[in-house]
Design a protein around this ligand. Structure first.
Ligand SMILES: [Fe+2]
Ligand SMILES: [Fe+2]
Length: 281
């Protein structure tokens, strides 16, 4: 009989995600007696890129399905898009510093392979916050003042989580945090970028960040790179990364859901308060 490789991670009190190298993935309900489930005990085997990708993507999908969440929902109007850009700035401005901080810790504890990877990723992500600022400026907004005075409500818990994961004694979870953002960005197609660009006034290019963080930019490559790297890590690291991806997806879904439901007037009022001047979008 052909040997089948199985990997699994418990992501919440009642659910484990299970994946096989035959490409199957499913959510396993741990039920009333999780202690008798074979998937309650942590996996210990080696990973493969295929099973690792299945686990990571299923962690995001499980959450988004539960919340009925659409990434595009928070980008449906120009004020919503601008609000999303502000969130994006706060995320991308943290990434290089947080990854370097985690890299230093991994070097200290004798894990140079993780440190090297984090440093490389920090270099790749450097300057991406400038793209979000340029997009805001292209829309005639006081970008610096707005980002200085405003962290949207739904973004705060995400920033806190990223700060906490990256400064932990064992900061492997910061990789799961990034995976959640990079993998959802990589799903964006040219039609998504075009739809957003169509919301902008004629001749205004405010999609620099989105273009480069979609299937049109480097994001697909970054995701493949992340998967290959994660798959080579010990099982305990892979478990922690999938769990961090799940935790991030929960907060991201709440953030997107909240922003999707906010009336444009409420968003504009927050942007105007942060800019200290009336805003015309
Ligand atoms: Fe980026
Ligand atoms: Fe990236």
């Amino acid at each position: 009989m052909e040997h089948k490789k199985i990997e699994w991670v418990v992501v919440s009190s009642d659910t484990a995600i299970v994946a096989t190298d035959a490409g199957q993935v499913w959510f396993h309900a741990l039920g009333e007696c999780p202690e008798i489930s074979p998937f309650s005990a942590p996996m210990t085997g080696e990973g493969t890129p295929q099973t690792t990708a299945l686990l990571l993507n299923a962690a995001v999908e499980l959450v988004f399905r539960k919340y009925g969440c659409e990434v595009q929902e928070s980008l449906a109007t120009l004020p919503k898009y601008v609000f999303n850009l502000v969130c994006t700035y706060h995320n991308s401005s943290r990434t290089p510093g947080h990854y370097r901080q985690a890299a230093n810790r991994f070097r200290e504890i004798g894990r140079p392979e993780v440190a090297n990877y984090l440093e490389k990723h920090a270099r790749e992500e450097t300057g991406h916050d400038r793209l979000a600022l340029k997009d805001l400026r292209a829309l005639n907004l006081e970008a610096e003042r707005i980002i200085e005075n405003l962290i949207p409500e739904g973004m705060k818990p995400l920033c806190d989580l990223f700060d906490r994961l990256s400064s932990a004694d064992y900061p492997i979870g910061c990789i799961g945090y990034s995976y959640c953002f990079e993998s959802t960005a990589a799903l964006k197609q040219k039609s998504d970028v075009d739809a957003m660009q169509a919301l902008c006034p004629e001749g205004v290019d405010a999609s620099r960040f989105m273009r480069s963080h979609s299937s049109l930019g480097k994001e697909v490559e970054h995701v493949e790179d992340l998967v290959n790297f994660i798959a080579g890590l010990p099982a305990s690291d892979r478990i922690a990364i999938v769990q961090a991806t799940y935790e991030t997806a929960v907060l991201l879904a709440e953030c997107l859901h909240g922003e999707g439901r906010m009336p444009d007037e409420a968003i504009l009022a927050q942007l105007e308060a942060a800019a200290g001047e009336p805003i015309q979008l």
